[in-house]
Each structure stands twice: as C-alpha cells, then as structure tokens.
Design a protein around this ligand. Structure first.
Ligand code: DSN
Length: 418
C-alpha cells in the first residue's frame, strides 16, 4: 500500500473540512440532498475503489454474466448481494442493475436498452416539474431522442388527460412518468391504464405492432415507495430508475429495475453501451444503503419526512404564500412567489437565504414567465433536516424565519435599498 500523505499538507482536506462545517451548520432544504450514515461513508471510501470489474457477476441470477478481469470473487459476491437487497427494499422480483453511476446514467442506459436514436419519448416537461434527462434540449435525452412533453394543469397537478391524448397523437415508443419538482402522488396505475387503452385504439386503427414501454423515474420519491407512503410503480412500469442518494439517503448513484424479460437488454445498455467499469466502492455504499432501508428506523424516518413536509407547507399557507397544487403529499413542495411577491425571483430568494445559512433552490412554477436561471418559485424539501433530527415544530420555525427574510427583502425593495 502507498503511504498516506499527511492530511494537514493537503489543500483537498482543507476544502473538505470547510464543506463539512458548512453541512454541519447550514439548514439544508434542497429536496434532493441528504446526509448518509458513517457506514455508507466508510463503504464508499473503502479499498473497493481499487478494483476493476467490467461486466457482471459470474453467478448472476438474471441478466448478463461475464467479468472481463480476474480477482472478482468478492466483488461478485458484493454485487449479487447488493442486487438481492434492493429487490428486498422494494419487495419485487424485477431484475435490478446496481451499476449506474448516477440517475442521469441510469436514465441514459434505460433509454438505450429499448430505444433507437430519434425514437419518440413522451415525458413531463422540465418547466412543469420533470427532469433534465426527461428530454431537455440541452441534455442527451433531447439531443438523441424525439421528445414530446406533457405538463400540469393550471393548478399544478399532472394532466393525465394530456398524457392519454398525446399517446394517441404521437404514438411514443416510451412513456415516462416521474418528476424532480412535483409535490403530489403520481398515479402510476392510471398512466398504465391510459397506455393500455391508447394501445388498444391505435391497434384497432391498423397499427398492430404498436407496443410502447412504460418507464418510471422514481428518483425523488423512492424512499416513500420503499416504505409504502407512495403507490408503487412496480407491476405497472416496464423499467424503473432511481437515484440512491435522495429520500433513500444513501451513496450517490443510480439503479435500474426492469421486468425480467428486459434484464439482458438493460444490463447490456449499462455495460458496455453507456458505462465502463462499475464503481464497486459505490456498489458497496448502495448495498449498505439498502440494508438501512430495510429497517424500522428508516420507515419511521420517512414518515417523519412527510409529516415535516406537510407541517412546513401548512405554515407557509398560514403565512399567506401560494403553494403549487395547494399542498404536498410527499417530501417537498413548491412556493410560487409570482402573485404574492412579484418583485422577487426564485434566484433572489435563494441567494438571500444562502446569506443566512439556509440552503434551497430556485424552481420554475407552472406557466413560468421567467427564465430557468431566475424563476418565480422556490423548492423546499425536508429529507436532509429530518435526518438531522428536525421535527414539525423545527420546520415551522424555519418557515417563519424564511418569511421574515422574504419580508425584509420586500421592504428593502420598497425603500429603494436594493
Ligand atoms: N438535480 C436533482 C434535483 O435536485 O432534483 C435531480 O437530479
């Protein structure tokens, strides 16, 4: 083994120490962030980072089986165990691939497993709560595939009728459900019913081969799905992707679940199509995450996340704010500032709160008039601070502090100080 450097001489550890202090002291409300356990950190920082392991375990129960390097006996055992644990978390017999480096990589591989370039994807638009990888023109998804978007109705709820109509009109090869800024239950069963009904009609009209895939990106709500607090997409979707670091509170990375008949396609899409060697230290971190997600402590934690989100959201409503959809069913909610605070953008609020040690992000609201760099809204999530032990009363106090800061911003504008 190489000798360790003296940490005190390293600029890197100095920066890590500063970031650690920031994380310890800031109020973290970014809906996609969380704090991992020491066990997850130890697994990620382990010697497994030294090992190359392109391919899949030699004894893999489903999907592809082949490693391209020797010395993988323990890595094989780890990856197989990681797959088994994630199936246990979601109580599913779907195949799972645990190698995607991120949610974006997972979505890329998921598309590549069943689509050809220029195929049509129907997905939620970014400005209505979707994700960059769901077809944004600046992302690979929008550059490689033909994207048709659906959105929300004026109150901010998913427009299920639009989904049905657009399947009939555009006959997409893949229909994608999932969002990164949507505070309500997503009705996967209803979307699957719409797909089935539309397929029936399209076939009756002579297109007998039409057989689209239904994909769900559950990255934000995966922790709620795992604990039964959000309806499951398993049983409805052909392919399901997620990240492991948001509500699942684990190592940063991605997973792809698929119906068993798609296992080989999905595995081949991850490696060798989209990625090289798996990051087995991260696979170990994901396996520890899965172990943690199977505990009662985790279930209690997710229940508290949702209770906290509802309590904080209600406090903002009491304080006179407009909440997109009027409330929340999950770990996040969106404040629409456009009617109540027309002089303030999401970016201005985000930057001002940063000065007070409160971290969140600006976010587009339905029918957004401003650019995505400015926005008229902010997104607030409760997973991270719930991990730090915050309860309803703490989130209510933070809501009041944010309100004070926003009022001061308004006053400064009024008195011409800004
Ligand atoms: N950027 C993440 C989020 O904040 O929702 C999703 O990848």
């Amino acid at each position: 083994m190489l000798k360790k450097n003296n940490k005190s001489n390293s600029k890197v550890f100095e920066i890590i120490e500063k970031e650690k202090k920031r994380q310890d002291s800031f109020i973290e409300l970014i809906a996609s962030e969380n704090f991992v356990s020491d066990d997850v950190l130890e697994a990620i920082g382990s010697c497994l980072t030294n090992k190359y392991s392109e391919g899949y375990p030699a004894n893999h129960k489903s999907g592809n089986r082949n490693r391209y390097y020797g010395g993988c006996q323990y890595i094989d055992e780890l990856e197989e165990y990681c797959c088994d644990k994630w199936k246990e978390v979601f109580n599913t017999n779907y195949h799972v691939n645990v190698q995607p480096h991120s949610g974006s990589s997972a979505n890329f591989a998921a598309y590549m497993s069943v689509l050809q370039p220029n195929d049509t994807i129907l997905a939620m638009s970014l400005s209505n709560g979707g994700h960059l990888t769901h077809g944004s023109p600046v992302n690979f998804s929008g550059k490689i595939f033909n994207i048709v978007s659906y959105g929300t109705n004026p109150s901010g709820f998913i427009d299920y009728v639009e989904i049905y109509d657009k399947i009939l009109k555009y006959k997409p090869k893949l229909i994608l459900a999932g969002a990164s800024a949507y505070s309500r239950i997503i009705d996967f069963k209803r979307i699957k019913r719409s797909i089935d009904k539309a397929v029936e009609i399209i076939r009756l009209n002579g297109n007998n081969d039409y057989s689209p895939y239904f994909m769900v990106d559950m990255a934000h709500i995966a922790g709620l799905v795992a604990t039964g607090l959000h309806p499951t997409p398993f049983g409805y979707a052909d392919i399901i992707t997620t990240t492991t670091h948001k509500t699942l509170r684990g190592a940063r990375g991605g997973l792809i679940f698929c119906k068993p008949e798609l296992a080989k396609k999905v595995d081949s899409a991850v490696f060798p199509c989209c990625q090289g060697g798996a990051l087995q230290n991260i696979v170990a971190g994901k396996a520890v995450t899965a172990e943690e997600c199977c505990t009662q402590e985790y279930k209690d934690y997710i229940e508290q996340v949702v209770d906290n989100s509802k309590a904080m959201c209600n406090e903002f409503i009491q304080l006179g704010y407009d909440i997109v959809t009027g409330g929340t069913d999950n770990h996040l909610f969106l404040i629409d500032l456009s009617r109540t605070h027309p002089n303030l953008t999401g970016k201005m609020v985000q930057d001002e709160l940063d000065k007070y040690g409160i971290t969140l992000n600006k976010n587009c609201v339905p029918n957004e008039k401003r650019s995505p760099m400015q926005t008229s809204g902010i997104r607030i999530g409760t997973p991270a601070m719930t991990t730090k032990g915050y309860k309803e009363k703490d989130f209510i106090a933070v809501a009041r502090t944010i309100d004070d800061i926003i009022r001061n911003m308004e006053q400064k504008i009024e008195y011409g100080q800004e």
